[in-house]
Write a protein that binds this ligand. Structure first.
Ligand SMILES: Nc1nc2c(ncn2[C@@H]2O[C@H](COP(=O)(O)OP(=O)(O)O)[C@@H](O)[C@H]2O)c(=O)[nH]1
Ligand SMILES: Nc1ncnc2c1ncn2[C@@H]1O[C@H](COP(=O)(O)OP(=O)(O)O)[C@@H](O)[C@H]1O
Length: 197
């Protein structure tokens, strides 16, 4: 099955917003799709979030995330430096505000890969943003991908699957849904939604 846009954006194609939010349950393939898309289109700017989560093997500070302590996250929040932030499965994550605004100002397409709570906050504060939901082909496939990635303990996988149920139920809140059957198809669809191709 190809990536299937299931919603209709309320914004006409010629004035599509340049700020795009990509959300979806842990393990659905967000990072994979975004990496694939940016290989062909490095001009798409991906916000690097701050997180209190510990780095996975291979994750680099300042590239995949800014890995911060709880105290540092407290300060970022208190100083209003985050466009949005949320607690997800026991860790906090937030989008540094200044870099997003600078890149939007420079005219580049900007992408945020954030959770449902963050997407809701962006919808309130940046009304021009388009919200895209990445859905799994099935629940069984989501479980397979999340466990197959092998980066989380069984307890953490369980916690993320609990969050996934809530996230999947919120799909109708999004402007568009893409089903991640094929990484190539979804990457192409996302680029088109962002007016990049
Ligand atoms: N609200 C919010 N969520 C974020 C941010 N950065 C990442 N996330 C989300 O936090 C969740 C967990 O991310 P992560 O620990 O990297 O796990 P993964 O998405 O399964 O690879 C995912 O839904 C991410 O999209 C952020 O800055 N703000
Ligand atoms: N379309 C797809 N078909 C099969 N496996 C996929 C697909 N997209 C991603 N995956 C795999 O699923 C796992 C989770 O993907 P990842 O990008 O880490 O998800 P997320 O960033 O949403 O948590 C990875 O092992 C990845 O290789």
């Amino acid at each position: 099955m190809a990536a299937t846009p299931r919603g209709t954006s309320p914004v006409p194609p010629d004035v599509r917003p340049r700020l795009t939010v990509l959300s979806g349950p842990s393990g659905v393939g967000k990072s994979t799709v975004v990496a694939h898309m940016r290989k062909a289109h490095p001009e798409v700017w991906l916000s690097v979030s701050a997180t209190t989560r510990k780095p996975r093997p291979g994750e680099q500070d300042g590239v995949h995330y800014f890995f911060v302590t709880d105290d540092e996250m407290d300060k970022l929040i208190a100083n209003g430096e985050l466009l949005e932030w949320a607690e997800f499965a026991g860790n906090r994550y937030g989008t540094p505000r200044a870099a997003v605004l600078e890149h939007l100002e420079s005219g580049l397409p900007v992408l945020l890969e954030i959770d449902l709570q963050g997407a809701r906050q962006v919808r309130e504060s940046m009304t021009e943003a388009q919200l895209v939901f990445l859905a799994p082909p099935s629940w069984e496939e989501l479980v397979r991908r999340l466990t197959g990635r092998g980066t989380e303990s069984p307890e953490v996988v369980e916690r993320r699957l609990e969050a996934a149920k809530i996230e999947l139920a919120a799909e109708p809140e999004f402007d568009t849904t893409l089903v991640n059957t094929s990484v190539e198809d979804v990457a192409r669809e996302l680029l088109a939604l962002m007016n990049v191709v």
